[in-house]
Design a protein around this ligand. Structure first.
Ligand code: FAD
Length: 279
């Protein structure tokens, strides 16, 4: 039996922060020894691909395999080729092929309508590149039902995705139910569970709203009791994420993808709690 995968996600510093702050984040993640670190991508401006590629290069220089995200609905083939060339130079071990969210007022390029279109293109053009994809345990907000969403997920896998990373969720039962349904339609590739630690009540409400993730009763109680005190809620959030992860690993998931939110101290605390289970 393989030990479960453990991976981390970082994002390029916001425009208001110096780009060098990513070094502090990566320094802070030293020693966690993840299977890979993934680097997010913006909405498709050319600066996004440079930034993601630069950070991916730094991750590779730390000796950690790196997966670069790429959102393609606003890109044409030349843009994608350019991004893939940059990722190649950054020595990425894979690309997370995404459609991306709609930006109000911006017209999609019409070339990569779904993530599956990008996956098929990468498979054709860069057959040696590993292709990752996103999945949604509580369905993508644009899908009418979870079953519809899983049918589309199957298209993404058939197009060349060989590894899935899930959207955040706060109740393991939702993820395990999703896994059963996905396996039932014949999707057999590894699926990592996406865990986002709770750090403040406002951001949980915001993320739960955007992702349409259910906030279970026991998390509601935590938010009610400690939502007004970020320091205490952060401690409770570390305990909550650690418990989610140990339960998922005990129940045999393929792996866990931790959304670090560029807070290495929180990731380190969680990792020190759950490390014994990753054997
Ligand atoms: P798709 O897989 O294309 O799915 C979008 C919708 O279209 C779904 O309803 C799906 O059921 C439907 N669909 C998919 N394929 C088909 C098809 N062939 N035919 C008909 N319908 C179809 N966003 C960023 O901007 N940058 C990031 O770096 C980023 N990283 C992410 C990482 C993870 C792990 C996850 C889970 C999400 C990430 N996102 C990121 C958010 C993502 O861009 C949004 O959720 C976006 O709305 C959907 O992208 P997708 O690639 O999953 O789309």
């Amino acid at each position: 039996m393989h030990s479960p995968l453990f991976s981390l996600e970082v994002f390029p510093p916001k425009r208001t922060s110096p780009v060098g702050t990513i070094y502090d984040t990566l320094d802070g993640l030293q020693g966690l020894d993840p299977d890979f670190i993934s680097v997010t991508y913006g909405t498709g401006r050319s600066s996004d691909r440079t930034l993601t590629a630069r950070i991916a290069h730094t991750v590779s220089e730390y000796g950690i395999p790196c997966v670069a995200h790429l959102t393609a609905q606003y890109l044409n083939k030349d843009d994608v080729d350019q991004a893939l060339d940059m990722f190649d130079e950054a020595k990425v071990s894979g690309v997370l092929a995404l459609r991306g969210d709609r930006v109000e007022g911006a017209e999609p390029a019409g070339v990569f309508e779904h993530a599956s279109d990008l996956a098929a293109y990468i498979r054709e053009e860069r057959p040696n590149l590993k292709i990752y994809g996103a999945c949604y345990p509580e369905k993508h907000p644009q899908s009418a039902t979870l079953e519809d969403d899983i049918d589309n997920l199957k298209k993404k896998v058939d197009a060349g995705v060989t590894h899935l990373i899930s959207q955040l969720f706060y109740d393991n039962e939702d993820f395990l139910r999703f896994l059963d349904k996905v396996r039932a339609v014949g999707i057999e590739i590894p699926i990592e569970a996406g865990i986002m630690p709770v750090m403040n009540a406002k951001s949980v409400r915001r993320m739960a709203g955007i992702c349409q993730s259910r906030v279970p009763e026991k998390l509601e109680v935590m938010l009610d009791k400690w939502g007004g005190d970020n320091a205490v809620l952060k401690e409770a959030g570390i305990a909550y994420a650690s418990e989610q992860i140990s339960d998922l690993v005990a129940r045999g998931v393929d792996g866990v993808h931790l959304y670090t939110m560029n807070h290495p101290c929180v990731s380190r605390r969680i990792w020190s709690n759950v490390k014994p289970f990753f054997v």
